[in-house]
Design a protein. Structure first.
Length: 83
């Protein structure tokens, strides 16, 4: 679904990949060097992978928790942010 989202996002306007790459460069961040660094450090790669893979379960748990608390304002805000 990520690929479909990426391909369909162009209906909303032009992609901003170039702008984001320029912003990264402006602050001195270079993705290929970061990937090479992470590839040389297995523990770091593992930790980053776990953090990345936990985003969806965290979101689901947060939705359930906010709903159970009855915190509708924050729940609606999260739902809006996810949309």
């Amino acid at each position: 679904m990520s690929l479909a989202s990426y391909l369909l996002i162009t209906a909303a306007g032009p992609r901003i990949d170039g702008l984001l790459a320029e912003a990264d460069a402006a602050i001195g961040f270079h993705w290929p060097l970061m990937i090479a660094f992470a590839a040389d450090h297995r523990l770091l790669s593992y930790i980053l992978g776990v953090a990345y893979m936990s985003a969806m379960p965290q979101t689901i748990l947060l939705l359930i928790w906010l709903g159970a608390r009855g915190d509708l304002e924050d729940l609606y805000g999260l739902a809006l942010a996810l949309c």
